[in-house]
Write a protein that binds this ligand. Structure first.
Ligand SMILES: [Zn+2]
Ligand SMILES: [Zn+2]
Length: 106
């Protein structure tokens, strides 16, 4: 989670109060206040029909072998990422692999 003040770029001296779907953040350096929306929405179509899926975190072991060392949650759009979501549901409960996601980079 990298949160930075949109005014001055401060990343440490921030305080936030969390409400249901949003966090109100204030910067102690410049006094700027802003709201951070917590409900994920698609960056491409703007839709809010998002699904949380686990994405594997891979680490190179010996040779070329990649091993799964954990997962992190990403949000995929039911519209734009339909293909990837189908792939995920077919392989459950395995997490998605980064290679499965053509649009990765979240
Ligand atoms: Zn600031
Ligand atoms: Zn979308």
């Amino acid at each position: 989670m990298d949160i930075a003040c949109p005014e001055c770029g401060e990343t440490e001296a921030l305080s936030g109060s969390r409400r249901k779907e949003a966090i109100t953040l204030s910067c102690e350096t410049c006094g700027h206040e802003w709201v951070r929306d917590l409900s994920p929405s698609c960056r491409r179509c703007g839709g809010s029909d998002m699904q949380a899926v686990p994405l594997a975190i891979l680490e190179k072991g010996r040779g070329t072998q990649l091993s799964v060392v954990g997962t992190r949650t990403i949000h995929l759009c039911s519209q734009c990422d339909a293909e990837t979501l189908r792939h995920y549901h077919d392989n459950r409960p395995n997490p998605l692999l980064p290679d499965d996601i053509p649009t990765a980079g979240l």
